[in-house]
Design a protein around this ligand. Structure first.
Ligand code: GLC
Ligand code: GLC
Length: 814
């Protein structure tokens, strides 16, 4: 069952039924001001940090679902009927409802009682504000006398306090109303220099800023007292729950259209110019007036929207393809890179599944997110790499997360996830391949955020590499620490205390439990580091990396192979995890993917064997499960992985992040059909047809799809902010379509399904546009290339000599 459709031409997903199984959201903003918006206008906004600078309120985990948003009410002053054009919160039976989620904007439209209303929401580039552009049209025979009310709830304070310390917030929120603009300030009298504002392009009939006055006692958003009676109370909030609501009266002749603009934003004043007049407690609004005035003008708003549109077109144009499979095409051209950018921006902080309070920017997560968007955002990629490096510890380890506002490592979650540092090598390698900006290796970055400890990025990479070698276990395999990629495989925790965190509680000294996954990751990273060293003529260093990789490979062959697949780990007592000797959790996906990706077992048939085992034991119609069989009870020595009911999350769920590792591994073995088959199983566009089962958005990947043993197999959870986006993008574009950035040039090495006759692609790489056409002339994967009509040796198209900005590549597969 579907709830809408893809409009590929306009790069939108159009939802035609408001009561989707879950709120289907989109993101506004891509720099500092961000917002989540659902298909019924639910969601909230924040400036940089969803916890410390949340601007509007949202109620997570509440009933009804998706409460709190960017609401507009339309009231017919003659009949006194009122409704929300976005369906929520009044849930009146609107007609012609359509929500268009596009790249960085959302438009929601409907008609009720002959009044058509459409609102376009977006954040202009370079601004810390959002625009709601409301267009009203009277489709009736007669005149319409309408009242329009806007409504948002302010909460510019630590979002955690909303649940934990509201006795304080009930007294701190203040509001100023001036010329129809509502200004919300909390703590402005003391340490804050920032405030929020909410403005409207029309003259007001009234306003409200105290939520409980606007709603009336014991009423919800579906029936506010002010809207019901058709008149605001002009309340000015001091404490309690400040809100912003404009009331305007609009008379429309038959056929008449009116455009109304609302601007909601965040502003910071220079500390010495906070107040006006000086010495008063009133906000100095002179600094923000020009911004507000500008965006209340329709031509400015249209221009800002066009600029946003061009921005996204430009980003996506870095790689566009034409393939016969529509699902591959729309994911590669539109939604997958879009999701990659969103995940890169927000890490795992704010979605419908991440509250914006708990997690900061993840070290491991962000390095992987970068893989999916460094070709579109190389400058931001560079900044992020250096930011991450600065939270590395002198030991080479890393803070697992850092806070976006302070950029400091997060002490609460701490360090000791032993895979973390290696991902920095992979992201840097990807950045170098894409940009050729070798200078980044010489950029200084501190350790542990401590001034004076600056060392070049290259030093950070070497310490990442050494960190693993300094922590080898009894089998010569890397010690796992608190956890490796799988946060829930906690081999050193042994937690029997209900309220303890599985990741930060630690009872064992960690000198025994080893991870075969980290071993694979290490080999991959060591070879990347060797390549980097070689390009810099550091031959000795390169040699050292290669030898270490070889030793690790030998250790995996000797102690990390279980006969039919790679072992997952050794536990604290030296017992095997992910082995045929185990009753539950016999085989895990991660080492099969990562070891093959690192090239292990390619020469001796073990890779083939491991992947066949994955195919036979882990694969379901909805994707590949994390391990199998699931753990049916809690295992003290395994930790959180066995805390979930079978089939969910890390306990044998389909953890989508790992599936592309298998796609890549299959592509490495030349199995194009299988690689693409795996790709399609979790491709949200393919799954659109079963939206009632999948339940999450059909245009983005979810972190997890319930596995075979779940009570709801195929049901997705935790959409949007997941490493799945980046890795799927890498798998499909670099391995299956085979378009690779490398130091020597663009490599073209497709491993496509046998039924594809070929495909076309346009890739911008280092300022040069490559027009690529691939034609299948035989059943194999052998590629021969012609560049600008001339055959070349090998599969790497060298960078053209300066001046040439277009290159035509014809590839033939036989
Ligand atoms: C979550 C975490 C990620 C981890 C994964 C598996 O997605 O963000 O860091 O690798 O879970 O546990
Ligand atoms: C939980 C989740 C896991 C996530 C971790 C982050 O353990 O199951 O997916 O990575 O929390 O703290």
């Amino acid at each position: 069952m579907r709830y809408g459709y893809f409009d590929d031409e306009h790069r939108e997903y159009v939802i035609t039924q408001p009561d989707t199984p879950l709120p289907w959201i989109n993101y506004l903003g891509c720099e500092a001001y961000f917002g989540l918006i659902s298909n019924t206008a639910g969601g909230y906004s924040f400036y940089r940090d969803a916890r410390l600078r949340r601007i509007t309120r949202y109620r997570y985990n509440n009933v009804p679902l998706d409460y709190g948003g960017r609401y507009i009410y339309v009231r017919d002053n003659d009949t006194e009927a009122f409704w929300s054009p976005s369906w929520q919160p009044t849930r009146c039976p609107v007609e012609d409802y359509a929500c268009h989620h596009g790249l960085g904007y959302t438009t929601i439209r409907s008609t009720y009682e002959g009044i058509e209303a459409q609102t376009r929401y977006f954040v202009p580039l370079g601004e810390d504000l959002e625009i709601w552009q409301l267009t009203l049209t009277n489709r009736r025979q007669g005149k319409a006398d309408l009242s329009i009310f806007s409504a948002i709830e302010f909460c510019l304070w630590d979002a955690e306090d909303d649940a934990a310390n509201f006795q304080r917030n009930f007294n701190t929120g203040e509001v100023e109303v001036e010329d129809g603009v509502m200004y919300h300030k909390t703590g402005y009298r003391e340490r804050r220099d920032h405030f929020a504002f909410f403005a409207c392009s029309e003259e007001l009939a009234g306003f409200d800023t105290q939520r409980d006055v606007f709603l009336g006692p014991y009423r919800g958003w579906e029936c506010p007292a002010a809207v019901e009676r058709g008149c605001s109370f002009n309340s000015v909030a001091v404490g309690w729950a400040p809100m912003g609501s404009h009331h305007l009266e609009v008379a429309l002749q038959p056929g008449e259209t009116r455009e109304i603009i609302f601007v909601l934003g965040y502003h910071e004043n220079p500390p010495d110019q906070k107040f006006d007049p000086l010495g008063s407690q009133r906000i100095n609004k002179q600094t923000v007036h020009p911004i507000i005035d500008r965006y209340l003008e329709v031509p400015e708003v249209e221009a800002a929207f066009d600029a946003l549109h061009r921005f996204w077109t430009n980003l996506l144009n870095t790689l566009q393809i034409e393939v016969q499979d529509v699902h591959t095409s729309r994911m590669v051209n539109i939604w997958n890179p879009y999701q990659c950018v969103v995940a890169f921006n927000l890490s795992r902080s704010a979605s419908l599944f991440e509250s914006g309070m708990g997690r900061g920017i993840g070290f491991r997560d962000s390095n992987q997110d970068l893989l999916g968007c460094v070709h579109m955002l190389p400058r931001r990629g560079r900044e992020r790499i250096l930011e991450l490096a600065a939270t590395q510890l002198a030991s080479g380890g890393a803070y697992h997360q850092f806070q976006p506002l302070t950029r400091r490592g997060n002490d609460k979650i701490g360090t000791g996830f032993n895979d973390d540092p290696l991902w920095l090598i992979l992201s840097t390698a990807a950045y170098l391949n894409e940009t050729g900006d070798w200078g980044i290796l010489d950029e200084p970055a501190v350790y542990e955020n401590a001034p004076g400890t600056e060392k070049p990025l290259y030093d950070h990479l070497q310490r990442s590499f050494r960190y693993t070698l300094d922590r080898l276990g009894p089998h010569g395999l890397p010690l796992i620490g608190r956890a490796d990629w799988n946060d829930c495989l906690n081999l050193n925790t042994f937690s029997a205390t209900p309220d303890e965190s599985f990741q930060s509680a630690r009872t064992k000294d960690g000198k025994v439990a080893e991870s075969v996954f980290i071993a694979g990751l290490f080999v991959l990273a060591a070879r990347e580091l060797a390549a980097i060293a070689q390009w810099r003529d550091l031959n000795e260093a390169a040699q050292e990396c290669l030898e270490a990789a070889e030793r690790m490979e030998a250790a995996v062959h000797e102690h990390g192979w279980d006969g039919e697949w790679f072992l997952r780990a050794y536990d604290d007592s030296g017992g095997k995890v992910g082995s045929r000797e185990n009753e539950e959790g016999r085989i895990f996906i991660e080492p099969q993917g990562m070891c093959v990706l690192a090239g292990l077992g390619l020469a001796d048939g073990r890779a083939e064997k491991a992947l066949a085992s994955v195919g036979g034991l882990l694969t379901t119609p909805h994707g590949i499960m994390l391990h199998h069989p699931p753990y049916t009870r809690y295992y003290l020595h395994l930790g959180e992985i066995s805390s979930y009911p079978p089939g969910y999350k890390e306990n044998a769920g389909i953890f989508c992040h790992t599936n592309p590792w298998i796609m890549i591994a299959e592509a490495m073995l030349g199995h194009g059909d299988l690689a693409h088959d795996y790709y399609s199983r979790i491709n949200p566009s393919v799954r659109e047809a079963i939206s009632d089962v999948h339940r999450c958005e059909p245009y983005v990947y979810a972190q997890m799809i319930a596995g075979r043993d779940a009570t709801t197999p195929g049901e997705a959870k935790n959409s949007w902010l997941t490493g799945t986006a980046a890795w799927n993008y890498v798998a499909i574009t670099q391995w299956i379509l085979g378009i690779w950035p490398t130091h020597a040039g663009l490599r073209i090495a497709p491993i496509i399904p046998s039924l594809w006759s070929g495909f076309k692609a346009r890739r911008v790489f280092r300022g040069v546009t490559y027009e690529i056409s691939v034609e299948r002339a035989g059943k194999g994967n052998l590629v021969s290339l012609k560049v600008d009509g001339q055959p070349i040796e090998g599969d790497v198209v060298p960078l053209p000599s300066t001046g040439q900005c277009e290159v035509v590549v014809e590839a033939t597969i036989t």
